[in-house]
Write a protein that binds this ligand. Structure first.
Ligand code: NAD
Ligand code: WQD
Length: 334
């Protein structure tokens, strides 16, 4: 297929572009590079040996520019990763998050409609479940109760997509709810490149391991979990990317899938796995809980397995190994 990938230079987008190219698809990336680097394109070409990858530096809110791109390339489908994703930043700059994520998606959908491209795979998030009533979380669990503007943008976009589908059932839309993506391609050539001090656990750990940061703060040891630290469903980014291809293959109507492993690991479990696999000590201290955090969040991933034939294959040891491989080969990112 001929596929447009918005945000394809970013962390998850780049791994998905790689998988799409390897599966024989034709790919065009649109990215404004606000949180990524052009260097990603060279790395993808190096890994795949495929040079036919088109890149357009553009903001998805540029409706006129988008229309020209759609008219020129005649896409079959769109994978939409572009957006802002920092929870903390979203509380300080809510309007930028609503404008980019919600406004940008509305503009993209409008251009798709005019171009009669009605197949979309969208990056949603487990954050739409808010503080879940119980775990594992299935797709039928209630959504809402998001604790920050970022999460609310994902909820609003999900609603926009379901309203769009209700108005016109010739659309095919997958809303993929990612749990906690970590790790990197095994080559160590592409990976997560957070600017500044990372907010997320895995890049923080890898930067403590490399000596860039002194010590990890474990945010809370008094949650109602086995060891008191927060539990999450970490999923290898290569597995996550594969989920997008399966969703595209099977897509019919409006569908919503959890993409997670179904296994929960605590912060202390992740530290231990990292230390054991990579043979590096991680210096950490117990710190107060982080505002807005929940105790436990992991997926019931059975729907994706039964309907898409997809399930995550890579375990926590591969995640911490590949995260460290990327960090140690790219100490300053791209
Ligand atoms: P990322 O920041 O690495 O990638 C996003 C890409 O979009 C970047 O390359 C950025 O430059 C680009 N971009 C942002 N706004 C744009 C705009 N207006 N026009 C064009 N390009 C724009 O983030 P990621 O981790 O790869 O996340 C991809 C998607 O998945 C996002 O929508 C994110 O909200 C969602 N998601 C991420 C996680 C996670 O933990 N990483 C979890 C759940 C959902
Ligand atoms: C994981 C665990 C922390 C950092 C976020 C977004 C979510 C989704 C994925 C996009 C928690 C603990 C963390 C640290 C720590 N993104 N932690 N010390 O918060 O589960 O999810 O990213 O959609 O919307 O909220 O991920 O990696 O920040 O935290 O102890 O320095 O690690 O408290 O228990 P989170 P995370």
């Amino acid at each position: 297929m001929n596929i447009l990938v918005t945000g394809g230079c970013g962390y998850i987008g780049s791994h998905t572009v790689l998988a799409l190219l390897e599966a024989g698809h034709k790919v065009t990336i649109i990215d404004n590079l606000c949180n990524s680097s052009r260097e990603v394109l060279e790395r993808i070409k190096n890994i795949t040996g495929i040079n036919e990858l088109t890149f357009v530096e553009m903001d998805i809110r540029d409706a006129d520019g988008l229309e020209i791109v759609f008219n020129h390339y005649k896409f079959d489908a769109v994978m939409h990763f572009a957006g802002l994703k920092s929870v903390g930043e979203s509380t300080k700059k809510p309007l930028e998050y609503y404008d980019n994520n919600v406004g940008g998606t509305a503009i993209l959908l409008n251009v798709m409609k005019h171009a009669n491209v009605k197949t979309l795979v969208f990056s949603s998030s487990a954050t739409v479940y808010g503080d879940p009533i119980s775990v594992p979380i299935s797709e039928t669990a209630p959504t809402g109760g998001t604790t920050n503007p970022y999460g609310t943008t994902k909820l609003m976009i999900e609603q926009m997509l379901s309203d769009l589908y209700a108005s016109d059932q010739s659309w095919n839309i997958a809303r993929l709810r990612y749990f906690n993506p970590v790790g990197a391609h095994e080559s160590g050539l592409i990976g997560e490149d957070p600017g500044g001090i990372p907010n997320n656990l895995m890049p923080y750990i890898t930067q403590v391991a490399s000596g860039k940061l002194d010590e990890l703060s474990v945010y809370g040891d008094d949650y109602d979990t086995a060891d008191g630290s927060g539990v999450r469903d970490y999923i290898h980014v290569v597995d996550l990317a594969a989920g997008h291809l399966k969703a595209l293959d099977k897509l019919e109507g409006l569908a919503t899938y959890n993409l997670g492993t179904g296994k929960g690991y605590s912060v202390l479990d992740v530290i231990k796995a990292f230390e054991d696999v990579n043979d590096i000590k991680i210096s950490y201290k117990i710190a107060p809980r982080r505002e807005g955090d929940i105790a436990s969040c992991y997926a019931d991933p059975t729907l994706a397995e039964s309907e898409l034939g997809w399930k995550a294959n890579k375990d926590i040891n591969q995640m911490v190994r590949d995260a460290w491989n990327w960090q140690s080969k790219n100490p300053t990112g791209y």
